[in-house]
Every structure is written in structure tokens, then in C-alpha cells.
Design a protein around this ligand. Structure first.
Ligand code: BJW
Length: 251
């Protein structure tokens, strides 16, 4: 696998490697996953906090859920896995694309620039009335007004069940042209992200899963490595960069 992960020449901005990241990547930064035994969905009903219908029923509950996660995110730090991916991007530039399902900003704070947040961002708000986006305050409330149209229709800019994920055209084009697809810390239970590995394989890419445990999509990968992201990812990055282990991935 490693020898085949060297950059090769294709079109100018076509990434040769697409990395899909999920909640497991940020778990060691102290941010909870969703479906693990102690995950968020063991404490919250996803229909209440992660659907437009839940938000319409009880916006205060949903704002409280996201306010708490936003506050937690502010104190969290990128872990060695985020830092290693930023190091890989420094070496590969636009030949690497990170597609994240995570709504935290730990990739960016680690130094990654080419990141598509397909499920939105916790630090962004938007208006259901006029569609404007702006930086979210730490605390959002149902009584907030949109800074542009003044409607009391503001919400976190995250993608809930039943809503269309973001950047899908760009993601589809990157996956259909990539040579390597890597999924890190995702359970493969949420679509359309769960189908990316099969799409990448159908396009001829090699596929690698890095995860603490078996996921729903494990059978679709050519290669699977088990362990915590904070050790698996830096060692994989060292391997594909072909050099000696870096010592700069400590938070
Ligand atoms: C570690 C680790 C460590 C732990 N190191 N690893 C029936 C069939 C098929 C599809 C559907 C269906 N019914 C409905 C659908 C569609 C639906 C869906 O998929 N539902 C499923 C439940 C079946 N999907 C949607 O509605 C999506 N929209 C959509 O499909 O639109 C239609 C459309 C499609 C395509 C084109 C056009 C239109 C929207 C999905 C929105 C998901 N939103 C959430 C919450 C919002 C953001 C937030 O609050 O954060 O996004 S749900 C939640 O799950 C969150 C995550 O991004 C997402 C994925 O979770 P993830 O990252 O995989 O986390 P976990 O917890 O599940 O897994 C953690 C993993 O890490 C585990 O594997 C651990 O082992 C591992 N791990 N520690 C390494 N230290």
C-alpha cells in the first residue's frame, strides 16, 4: 500500500488521496463520538437533537445540546492524528483532500487547509429564513435574530438527518478521480459518507480503514488497521511519507 501512496501526476488540483474522517479522530481530543457505548446517542435521542423536526419541536433543547458541544470544542486541542494529517498536507498540498463528518474545527487548528465539512460546522450559524451564514456565538438561543434579515430563525450550521450534506459535488468528483481512499474513525453507519469507500473502490482506488474497532463498512476496505487514531495516523503518515518518524505530532 505504502509504495502506491506516493504522489503521482494527474490534473492540477485533482487529489490523489481522499481521507474521510469521523468522530473517532477527535475522540482522543476529548470530544465524544456518537455510537460508541458512552457516545452522544447513548445520552441523547437523535430524533430530538439531530433532525429539523426535533429543532422545530424544541429549539431550546437543540441549542443547549450544540452550545455545550461548542463550549467543549473551544477547550479541546488537536491530537497527534490531526497534526499528522496536517503534516501530510504540508507535503502533498492539493493532492490531498480531507472530507470530514466532524463539526469541530480541530483539523483547521492543526493546520489543515483543504478540509470539506460535509456535516457543517459548530462554529457557524445560519438563518433558516434568508440563508445567511455568520460565526456562531458560543451560546445560541431561539430568541437570537439573524444579523441580516432580523428573523428569529437562526440555527447551528450543521447537517441533520434528512438534510442534504454539503460539498457533495466536489466530494463525488474527488472520489471518482482519487487513487487512494482512507477512512479514519467513522462507524460507517451514516449515508452518504458510508458509501464513499465503495464509490472509491469502484473508481479503482485502493482503500484503507484506520479505526479502533470493526465498523459497518470494514468489509469494503482492501486494508484495515486497528488502534487509536493518535498512534495509527502518525505512523501511517510516517510510512507514506517514506521518512523517519516525525516528532512534531505531539499536541
Ligand atoms: C475510534 C476512536 C479512536 C472511536 N481512534 N477510531 C436508510 C438507509 C440508508 C440511508 C438512510 C436510511 N434512512 C435514512 C438515511 C439517510 C440518513 C442516514 O444515513 N441514516 C442512517 C442512520 C441510516 N442520512 C442523512 O439523512 C444524511 N442526509 C442525506 O442522506 O441526504 C440525502 C441525500 C444524500 C445524497 C445526496 C443528496 C441528498 C444527513 C446525515 C447527517 C448526519 N448528522 C450527524 C449530526 C449532525 C452534526 C453533529 O451534531 O455533530 O452527523 S449524525 C452523526 O453521525 C454526525 C456524524 O458526522 C455522523 C457520523 O458519525 P461518525 O463520525 O461515524 O461517528 P460514530 O460515533 O458513529 O463512530 C465513531 C467511530 O470511531 C467508531 O467506528 C469507533 O470505533 C471509532 N473510534 N474512538 C480511532 N480513538
Amino acid at each position: 500500500m505504502e509504495a502506491r501512496l506516493r504522489p503521482t501526476t494527474r490534473g492540477p488540483a485533482a487529489p490523489h488521496t481522499v481521507i474521510l474522517t469521523g468522530a473517532g479522530l477527535s475522540a482522543e481530543s476529548g470530544l465524544g463520538t456518537f455510537r460508541d457505548a458512552q457516545g452522544l446517542w447513548s445520552r441523547y435521542n437523535l430524533d430530538d437533537v439531530a433532525t429539523p423536526e426535533g429543532f422545530a419541536r424544541d429549539p431550546a433543547l437543540v441549542h443547549a445540546f450544540y452550545n455545550a458541544r461548542r463550549a467543549q470544542c473551544l477547550t479541546a486541542q488537536p491530537n497527534p492524528a490531526h497534526l499528522a494529517l496536517a503534516r501530510l498536507e504540508s507535503a502533498w498540498g492539493d493532492r490531498l483532500l480531507i472530507v470530514t463528518q466532524n463539526v469541530d474545527d480541530l483539523h483547521e487548528r492543526a493546520g489543515s487547509l483543504r478540509v470539506l465539512h460535509m456535516h457543517g460546522r459548530l462554529n457557524e450559524a445560519f438563518c433558516n429564513q434568508c440563508g445567511d451564514h455568520w460565526p456562531a456565538p458560543v451560546e445560541m438561543a431561539a430568541s437570537d435574530r439573524c444579523p441580516t434579515c432580523r428573523a428569529q430563525a437562526t440555527r447551528p450550521a450543521v447537517v441533520w438527518f434528512g438534510e442534504t450534506p454539503l460539498h457533495l459535488d466536489q466530494i463525488a468528483s474527488a472520489i471518482s478521480g482519487c487513487q487512494h481512499f482512507v477512512a479514519i474513525g467513522t462507524s460507517g453507519q451514516v449515508y452518504p459518507a458510508a458509501a464513499f469507500v465503495q464509490e472509491a473502490a469502484a473508481a479503482g482506488a485502493t482503500t484503507l480503514e484506520l479505526n479502533l474497532d470493526r465498523s459497518d463498512i470494514t468489509p469494503y476496505f482492501d486494508d484495515v488497521r486497528r488502534g487509536p487514531a493518535s498512534t495509527l495516523v502518525p505512523s501511517w503518515v510516517d510510512e507514506v511519507l517514506g521518512g523517519s518518524p516525525a516528532h512534531g505530532d505531539s499536541p
